[in-house]
Structure formats: structure tokens, C-alpha cells
Design a protein around this ligand. Structure first.
Ligand code: NAD
Ligand code: TDX
Length: 332
């Protein structure tokens, strides 16, 4: 039976992945998570203690990483500083966790011959024009825009180098924007849902024409599991569910679902260097590994997500005031 070491398993996508593994396999999971502002024990609450263990610690700690990798044959690396806006205000933790953390894991994986899967983002490819018929593929050149995406790009390149130079047994996936339960209220969709709950008007950056390619976190988890089970070592797989929507459409959909007028939102100042559009071509993952998304109806997935935030205020409430204070200080 496999035991997965899941870094960042107390964060948004990592905790969804842990639940997905428990539901769809017999595996046990050890979560390694620093429990930064973005991680929470509450995201793993209620999971069976005989199958899930949480180790609170830093992926940049070589001794801890060494000890854990020594007893886990499979490492799935989600841990990161993940928010673009934060990376514009203070890039330093992004360099530390995303680059040094990945390096620390790769060195331990190299010593122990573990199987390693690296979670990354479509943002490494930069952005597309709104009318560009091309979408990102595995051969699109890297062209990241923000401190966040440049450190993710750097971490991907470390993985590629460790595969080629040292024969590390790694795969990489680059996924589009995730939505679903347990996402921190700093991110676009939960921020707007919880604003509406609080009677605050949602905040749209700039004109709101920027397009994101939305995928439900559970579909991302299924793709990662499929790559772990059947992916070819050394390969990169793009993960996306054909979910392109501009930000204005998403805000209007949230307001409508929550019984408010569709135009009851404010425009605020734009993000510096704001990527215009992301779009993923996931043909390789679909044809080689037979993956397909289950959440094909964004409106239905969004409705479920709204219901989750309405029903789980105790989970997000402790983060809300501090998050909004940070945005207010930035005029957003
Ligand atoms: P998140 O911010 O919700 O969670 C990150 C987790 O990592 C938190 O639990 C945090 O405590 C932990 N962490 C941070 N620094 C750590 C450190 N030094 N040591 C150990 N743990 C640490 O992020 P997320 O949205 O769940 O993203 C997870 C991964 O998926 C990231 O690698 C991100 O780049 C990637 N990704 C995210 C999206 C998205 O839409 N959110 C899309 C594509 C890829
Ligand atoms: O209040 C807001 N208003 C707004 O218009 C916020 C928080 C965001 N936005 C816009 C900016 C983006 O165009 O919404 C879009 C989505 O913003 P985020 O949720 O911050 O996500 P994004 O910057 O696209 O990055 C996300 O997807 C790729 C994740 O945070 C990354 O970790 C992932 O790599």
C-alpha cells in the first residue's frame, strides 16, 4: 500500500487532493505543511486519523524533509506561496518557499529514489491576447509575469534539470485557475462570495476583461492522481477543463446566484502587470492518460461553491477581516 507525502496538504488544493486520495484509493497520507496564513488544520478536520497524519514543518528544512522523504516512496508537492497580489507586496517568501523549498525536496528525492510529482501553474507561460486562437500547450515557451509566477517557473525548471541531470523520477503538471471548497478568502471567487455574505460589494480589478480558465479543484486532484498512476517520467501535463470566463462574468454569476443585482459590484484599481488571459489545451492529458473533467458546468460548480461558503462560515470567518484590511490598504 502506498503512503503519499503531500506538501501543502493543509492548503486549498492540497487538502482537496488529500480527500480525493482517501475517497479513491487505499493509500495513507502524510501532510507536510508549515500552516502559514494560507494553511489550516480545519481543512483536514474529520479525516480518519489512521490514514492521515499532519506534520507541521517547513519544506525548506533539510533535516525534516530528509527524514520524511526517507520513509515515503511518493512525494506530491503542492506547498507554495500562491497569491499573486501578495507576491507584488513582498516577493521574499515566494523565493524562499517556491524555489528553496522545491530544491530541498528535490535533493531528498534524489537521495532516496522517491517518485515525485510537482504541482505548477499555467501562469508560467505568461498570458494570451483575448482573441488569440492558440491556447497554452506543453511546448509553449515560459514567459512568467509576476514574482509568484516567476518563482513557480523557476521551480519547474529545477525539476526538469533534476530529471535530466540526476534521473529523478518526476512529473510536472501545470493547471489553470482552481475553484471549490476550502479556498482562502484572499482569492477572487471566495473573496467575492464572502463579501456578498457580509453585505459588501464585490471588487473587480480594472475593467474586468481578464480571462481565467476555471477548473474545479476535484478535477485537478483526479488529474494529479492519474499522472501519479500512469504518467510518463520526465513529462509535463497541462490540466484544464475548457472553463474560460472573464472576471466580470464571474462576478455577475456570483451576484445572481446570491440573489443580488448583477451590477452590484465596484471597479477598483488594477493589479500591476495583470495577466490578460490564460487558456489551457489539455489534449495530452486527455488522450495519453484518459483524464476528463467531471465538473463540466461552471455555473453548477459555482453554485455548489457558494453553498459551501454559506454553510462553512466558521472555516473562513477568522481570515476575512485581516484579508480585507490588506486589500483596503492597497486600495483594492
Ligand atoms: P494555498 O496557498 O491555498 O496553500 C498552500 C499551502 O502550502 C498552505 O497550506 C501553506 O501553509 C503551505 N506552505 C506554504 N509555505 C510552506 C512551507 N515553506 N513549508 C510547508 N508548507 C508551506 O495554495 P493552493 O491554491 O492550494 O495552491 C497549491 C499549489 O497549486 C501551489 O503550488 C500553486 O502554485 C498550485 N496551483 C494553484 C492554482 C490555483 O488556482 N489556486 C492553480 C494552479 C496551480
Ligand atoms: O478582488 C479581486 N478582484 C479581481 O478582479 C481579486 C482577488 C482578483 N481579481 C482578479 C485578478 C485575476 O484576473 O480575478 C482573477 C483571479 O485572481 P486570483 O484569484 O488572485 O487568481 P490568479 O491571480 O489568476 O492566480 C490563481 O490561479 C493560478 C492562483 O492564485 C494561483 O496560485 C494559480 O497559479
Amino acid at each position: 500500500m502506498t503512503t503519499y507525502l503531500v506538501t501543502g496538504g493543509a492548503g486549498f488544493i492540497g487538502s482537496n487532493f488529500v480527500r480525493h486520495v482517501l475517497e479513491h484509493t487505499d493509500a495513507e497520507v502524510t501532510v507536510l505543511d508549515l500552516l502559514t496564513y494560507a494553511g489550516s488544520r480545519a481543512s483536514l478536520e474529520g479525516l480518519p486519523p489512521d490514514r492521515v497524519t499532519l506534520v507541521e514543518g517547513d519544506i525548506c528544512d533539510p533535516a525534516l524533509v530528509e527524514a520524511l522523504v526517507a520513509r515515503h516512496p511518493v512525494v506530491v508537492h503542492f506547498a507554495a506561496e500562491s497569491h499573486n497580489d501578495n507576491s507584488l507586496h513582498d516577493p521574499s517568501p515566494f523565493l524562499q518557499t517556491n524555489l528553496i523549498g522545491t530544491y530541498t525536496l528535490l535533493e531528498a528525492v534524489r537521495r532516496h529514489g522517491a517518485r515525485y510529482h510537482h504541482i505548477s501553474t499555467d501562469e508560467v507561460y505568461g498570458d494570451l491576447e483575448l482573441d488569440d486562437p492558440q491556447r497554452f500547450t506543453e511546448t509553449t515557451p515560459y514567459n512568467p509575469s509576476s514574482p509568484y509566477s516567476s518563482t513557480k517557473a523557476g521551480s519547474d525548471l529545477l525539476v526538469r534539470a533534476w530529471v535530466r541531470s540526476f534521473g529523478v523520477l518526476a512529473t510536472i503538471s501545470n493547471c489553470s485557475n482552481n475553484y471549490g471548497p476550502f479556498q482562502h478568502v484572499e482569492k477572487f471567487i471566495p473573496r467575492q462570495i464572502t463579501n456578498v455574505v457580509d453585505g459588501v460589494r464585490p471588487k473587480l480589478y480594472g475593467a474586468g476583461r481578464n480571462v481565467r480558465d476555471w477548473i474545479h479543484a476535484d478535477d485537478h486532484s483526479a488529474a494529479v492522481l492519474r499522472i501519479l498512476e500512469r504518467g510518463r517520467i520526465g513529462e509535463t501535463y497541462l490540466v484544464g477543463a475548457d472553463g474560460e470566463k472573464n472576471n466580470q462574468e464571474v462576478i455577475e454569476a456570483i451576484l445572481t446566484l446570491m440573489g443580488r443585482p448583477a451590477d452590484a459590484y465596484d471597479h477598483v484599481s488594477d493589479r500591476a502587470g495583470h495577466d490578460l488571459r490564460y487558456a489551457i489545451d489539455s489534449t495530452k492529458l486527455r488522450t495519453e492518460l484518459g483524464w476528463a473533467p467531471r465538473y463540466r458546468d461552471f455555473a453548477a460548480g459555482l453554485e455548489q461553491t457558494v453553498a459551501w461558503y454559506r454553510d462553512n462560515e466558521a472555516w473562513w470567518r477568522p481570515q476575512k477581516a485581516a484579508t480585507e484590511a490588506r486589500y483596503a490598504a492597497a486600495g483594492q
